[in-house]
Design a binder for this molecule. Structure first.
Ligand code: PLP
Length: 461
């Protein structure tokens, strides 16, 4: 099919995610036709580095032979059979692998389809756990300001991004809030150099005052991703674990974005030796191939749900595609590649390359902050760098910079005026250098006003 024809059909029939469709249909769009390695290729044959790993999911690049083959092999057996009343082979094998890979104490795996549903599972499990433990008043959740845990009603309830979540407020349950532990945006420390762990103290205050009512604290360990790659100070996660233990509250770690090597270790929790009570995984779990998610939990929580039929302790939750064989086969291949290619050990040099390029980017006139956690980067643009004054939102500077990068062969997406860079872990040092050179050029050219971006629909917010 020709580009024009496909573009017309897209605009006639498709409602794009997170997209102002008026803007989308009024502008030319990019249509991806295929991909190879760390690049995606549009219908005209133009190649773009996949600088955000196809929205934080891709790990080993596109068309990775071992994952392709694992899916093909599984197709020769069965694509999907239900897990309601039946077990299957790849979902069982994958559960064992996940238990081995994740922090100690997480021994049970509950499958779902995506990050949002896996967080819903964690919320419902935590809630129901306390019902079974004879503490039915423990039903509230503590969420961080600026949190993002998905787009379903339950996960939006524990979300804290005003732009996305405000409109749904009447539908939501009310969590308790603790401040975002983001250092660059910190409003509660006495000064930027005078941190006395005010964020952790505020969390403790919420827990101390409401512990009788709190089921769980939910956090994104180390990086609040959708908020704009906000990074918490080293030690914050371990402190929250300590506090949740002290106040008899469960800890849900949402590693949908940070899992699978992104932070330089397999899971962000490993940086601080933390084992949560519930761990949520998705995005990179299949190497970026197929939708799959897992909520892992402890024997303690699992055991609380055991009983006779009459006890009504069953966890009544499941999806049509729970434990889908094709997705689980892809996930098993993903884990094998991590092991065989020693992906984590190979990250050190790449993380260093990112950090070297970032020091140049940090020097640009309109870069307020350029933060990095392993292979996760957020570059925050500011109208006035010294005063940390943001650009007006309607200028869409982050989006414009990303459009400029697209012209130069790099696909990236901003969150507001934070330019996000999160390439596949398979990116080579050379590719990383090329991608970040494009980021530098795009920021420099656009923010200096030397060049403008072409009209093109990015569907940015
Ligand atoms: C993306 C994301 C989710 C939601 O996952 P979906 O697969 O998009 O539903 C949840 N939590 C975090 C931290 C995420 O980054």
């Amino acid at each position: 099919m020709r580009q024009e024809e496909l573009e017309a059909k897209n605009k006639a029939y498709v409602w794009q995610p997170f997209t102002q469709m008026k803007e989308w249909v009024d502008n030319p769009i990019t249509v991806i036709a295929e991909a190879r390695g760390n690049k995606i290729i549009d219908m005209a044959g133009k190649e773009y580095y996949d600088g955000v790993s196809s929205l934080w999911v891709n790990i080993h690049g596109h068309r990775k032979a071992a994952i392709d083959q694992a899916i093909i092999d599984q197709l020769g057996k069965v694509a999907h059979s239900t897990m309601l009343g039946l077990a299957n082979i790849p979902a069982t094998e994958l559960a064992e692998e996940l238990v081995r890979l994740t922090p100690a104490g997480l021994n049970k795996v509950f499958y779902s389809d995506d990050g949002s549903t896996a967080v819903e599972v964690a919320i419902k499990m935590a809630f129901q756990y306390w019902q079974h433990k004879g503490q039915p008043k423990k039903r509230r959740f503590v969420a961080l300001e600026q949190a993002y845990h998905g787009d379903t009603i339950g996960t939006v309830s524990v979300g804290g991004i005003d732009l996305f979540h405000r409109v749904f407020k009447p539908l939501l349950f009310e969590p308790l809030h603790a401040p975002s532990p983001s250092c660059y945006h910190c409003q509660i420390a006495a000064g930027p150099k005078n941190c006395a762990w005010e964020c952790a103290a505020a969390m403790e205050k919420v827990l101390a005052e409401n512990q009788e009512e709190i089921a769980a604290v939910i956090i994104e360990p180390l990086v609040q991703a959708a908020a704009g790659m906000l990074m918490s100070p080293p030690g914050y996660l371990a402190k929250v674990r300590e506090l949740t233990n002290k106040y008899n509250v469960l800890l849900i770690a949402d590693e949908v974005a940070t899992g699978w090597g992104r932070t330089g270790k397999m899971f962000a929790c490993e940086h601080e030796g933390v084992s949560p009570d519930l761990l949520v995984l998705s995005k990179g779990i299949t190497g970026g191939y197929l939708p799959l998610a897992a909520t892992l939990t402890t024997d303690e929580i699992y055991m609380a749900f055991l009983g006779d039929g009459a006890d009504n302790k069953t966890f009544y939750h499941g999806h049509s595609y729970t434990g889908n064989q094709l997705a689980c086969a892809a996930a098993l291949a993903n884990i094998r590649i991590f092991r065989e290619e020693q992906v984590i050990a190979g990250l050190d040099a790449k993380i260093k390359a990112v950090s070297e390029k970032l020091s140049a980017i940090r020097g640009l006139a309109h870069v307020g902050d350029a933060r990095q956690c392993g292979m996760i980067v957020g570059i925050e643009l500011m109208a006035d760098k010294k005063a940390a004054n943001p650009y007006p939102r309607d200028k869409a500077v982050g989006a414009m910079v990303c459009m400029m990068a697209r012209r130069y062969g790099l696909f990236i997406r901003p969150v507001g005026d934070v330019v996000v860079f999160m390439p596949p872990l398979a990116s080579t040092v050379d590719e990383i250098n090329q991608m970040l050179d494009i980021v530098y050029q795009a920021i420099e050219e656009f923010t200096s006003g030397r060049k403008t971006t072409p009209a093109l629909s990015g569907g940015y917010f």
